[in-house]
Structures are given as C-alpha cells and as structure tokens.
Design a protein around this ligand. Sequence first.
Ligand code: AMP
Ligand code: MG
Length: 504
Amino acid sequence: MNAPDFRHAAPAPLALEDLPFDNSFARLPDAFHTRLPPWGLPDPYRVAVSAEAAALIGLDPEQFTRPEFAEIFAGNRLPAGSEPLAAVYSGHQFGVWAGQLGDGRAHLLGGVRGPQGTWEIQLKGAGRTPYSRMGDGRAVLRSSIREFLCSEAMAALSIPTTRALCIIGSDAPVRRETVETAAVVTRLAPSFLRFGSFEHWRSLGRDQELKRLADYFIARFRPELLDEPQPYQALLADVARRTGELMARWTCVGFMHGVMNTDNMSLLGLTLDYGPFGFMEAFDGGHVCNHSDPQGRYAYAAQPHVAHWNLQALGHALAPLTGDAETSLDIVDATYPDAYNGAFLGGMRAKLGLAASLPDDEAFITDVFALLQAHRPDFTLFFRRLGALSGQSGLDPRADDPLRDQFVDRAACDAWLTLWRSRLAREGSSDADRQSAMNGVNPKYILRNWIAESAIRKAQEKDYSEIASVLACLARPFEEQPEQERYAAPPPDWASGLEVSCSS
Ligand code: AMP
Ligand code: MG
C-alpha cells in the first residue's frame, strides 16, 4: 500500500490556543500605539460567525461553540501570543482637519499567519482607549450586525474589504439615541492602517516616524516597491491606483460608504470602517445614505471626487518622503483619475454585457446614468434584469417586461433598449454567453438596508437566525437562490422611512 501523500494537504484546522501570532505592528516603537488590554463584555454570547473568515486564519469551526470563543472575541480573555494595542492616527473629517483620533474603540490583538497570508485581528467595541475622546469605547449590536454582514457581503462580491470573523453580544446597555445593547465585532485585515496614520506624523512635523511607518508598510505589504527608483513615490501611486479601482467598484455596485473621512480610508485600498453605509436602490446619483451628512459631502456621485481629495491630503502628508507637496500632487493626479476611469469603464461595460471596447462607450455609459437618474429604477434589479433579456431586436416587447416594470415610463425603457441592442449588434455577441457573463458581475443579492434591519430587529429579540441566513445568501450574490428570493426584493413599505446615522 502506498503511503498517503501529505505534501499538498491543507494545514490542520487550529484550536483557539494554537493561533500563530505574528505581531509586526506591535514591533513599531511605542509612539505608534498604546498597549492595553480590552475591557471585554459582561456575560458574552455568540451572535454570529463567518466560517469563511475563520478559514482565513485557519481556525477550526468546531471552536465556534466553545465558551472560550465568546470570551476571546469579547475581549474577556487574551489568546496566547496576542499583544493588544490601540493605534494612533489623525485625519480630516468632512473636509476639516480633526487632529488626533486613533483607535477609540478598537483593540488590535495582533497578526495571525493564515494559510494565505497574515491577518490582523481587531476587536471593535471592547472598551475605551487613550484615543476614545468623549466616546464610551463601545459598539452597539445594531451597527455590529451591519458591519459584519456588509464586510462579508463585499468580500463575496470580490470588492476589497476588511473581513468580519464574528459578533459577540452582551446584555450590557449602551446609550446612543436610545439605550441599546453592546457587542464586539472582530475584524480581520492584512493591515488597518489608514491615510490618517500618515497624516498624524506629518501634522506633528515628525518626519522620522513618518518615514518609519512608510518603511514598515512597504517592507510588510508592498515589498515589490523597493525595486522602484523612488519607493515612497511608488507607494503613493500604489495607494492612488488601488483607491481608484476601489471607488470604481463602489460606483458599479451602488455602494455608498457614508463617512469617507481620511481616517476611514485604507492604505491597502480596502473598504474600511462600515458605519452609515448603504446600497443604491431607486437610483439617485445625489443620494446621501448618512443621515448625519446634511451637506451631502459623501453622496454616491461625489465619492470618486472625495477619494481624490483624500489622496491629495495623503500626498501632502507624504511630501517629506516624495520630495515635496507638488510632486505628491502630480503623482496623485497622474494616477488616480486614470485608475478610476479605467476600472469604471471596464466595470460598466461588463455590467451592460459589452465585451468589446468601442470609442463611443463613454457616451453610451453616460446616457445609461442619465436614464437611471431620470427614471429611478432599482439599481441592482436594473442590471440583473437587463442580463436576462435577449440582445435580439424585433422580438415581442412583452419579453422585456421584467425590466420595463422598473419604469413608470415604459416607452423610455423601450427606447433605451433599442439603443442597447444596436450597441450589442455592433459586436455580435451571443445571448447565452453575454447573459452568463452579466450574471457573473451583476449581483442578484446585495445588503439592502431593509435586509440588515430585519436581521437587526430579530437579533434584538435574541433570534440570530436571520443574520445567519442573510450571511449565507450574500455569500453567493451572483447565484439564483430560489429559496432566498425575498432578499432580492426592493424595500417593503415598512422600510421606506429607514435612516442610518453616524451613531454606532
Ligand atoms: P468613525 O467615524 O466611526 O470611523 O470614528 C471616528 C473616531 O471616533 C475614531 O477615532 C473612533 O475610534 C472614534 N469613536 C467612534 N465611536 C466611538 C466610541 N463609541 N467610543 C470611542 N471612540 C469612538
Ligand atoms: Mg473610523
């Protein structure tokens, strides 16, 4: 009998005690963070877990039901090898310099080497830190469920994002607009460093720490930049490019972050710090998902411009390393708009089922947004239903009813479909190929506000089954899931007045 071949076997799943910590951020000098244990939560219990996120750190699903799981991810018990700390950063909030911020309610436990790279583990809501300012160091169950579900939903949409491992709840009261209960959401990311992490040192004139952080970041996350003639300039260009690509992904999926302050912008180009986010439903480019943003600074259509502004702030912060502020701004301006536009055009072509790139595509796509703005169909359903239609002209228009039903003015829909079909005819695409390609980029299931809200309401009654079922559905956003059809629906009447604010 041949001996079994273990060479390619996956590593055995790990127990909580065996997580291999690798705390690179903790090795930076004391000025970068404050070491302190989390407070934890009284009488913690498990609310939700993402098995896919657990697999990133090699954690065995059998561990989820152990009491130690809830204790560790509530912050009540420290896993061996962790070195809890809160990081310092600063930032621009709503376009105004806010000075020092930092992890006011987040504790980094350390990095864990997973099967495909190291993931930092961060507890959000496990108590105050020296950066809490007036805050209580807590997160409420409501916002923790939103962050948990959206992190995992974005990952399933292949949009760069921090991940969420679990939510641990407690009956401890937390005061927001009303009294709610506390929770801790555990997030995973290769790094939680933000634009504001660099802005911090620049604002203090501490160029040595600025350089130290850039060297750490490059060595750890972007070692290939060391081969560039100007690694710091290449670093800024890399962040600008990834941010441009991320913004295009947000535009194409209808995601609105809600609080694009520079302290919420990831240096890795990840979607970071989920708060009053939202997904576009009835289309309106001016839509503002954050009730606490009356000026509409972070409206859907403004996001790409805000990201550019934020990159300019990052460029200023990195000026001592790039040479000067003008060099920084040139790098941002030479990189970001092209990265955004390229990813946006490519993304929209795919959403529309256009395989070829033609010179007038940009105008065609502009007209699509004009159509959406004028008639306000549900953004997700518009593209998903378009993907089911035939590209042939001259068929019975009733075959287009699933899309026409999204329009009060059906003639406007018909007129646009004629243009779309003549555009398709120019590249001679086949229906079957195009339809399957479109279904692979136009999700059927997104985290609509009402879906998150229904999971939250049940969880507030201690029924966590809806969180699990939403998580399972959104893990396969492009697949037809007949038993989950209800999650593909636009908001029901009870959800029409839902508002989300910064309070979390
Ligand atoms: P955010 O807008 O949620 O990304 O938070 C901005 C800043 O406020 C960060 O420094 C957070 O750590 C801090 N912060 C937000 N909420 C709280 C809270 N409840 N307790 C302590 N700090 C908080
Ligand atoms: Mg934040």
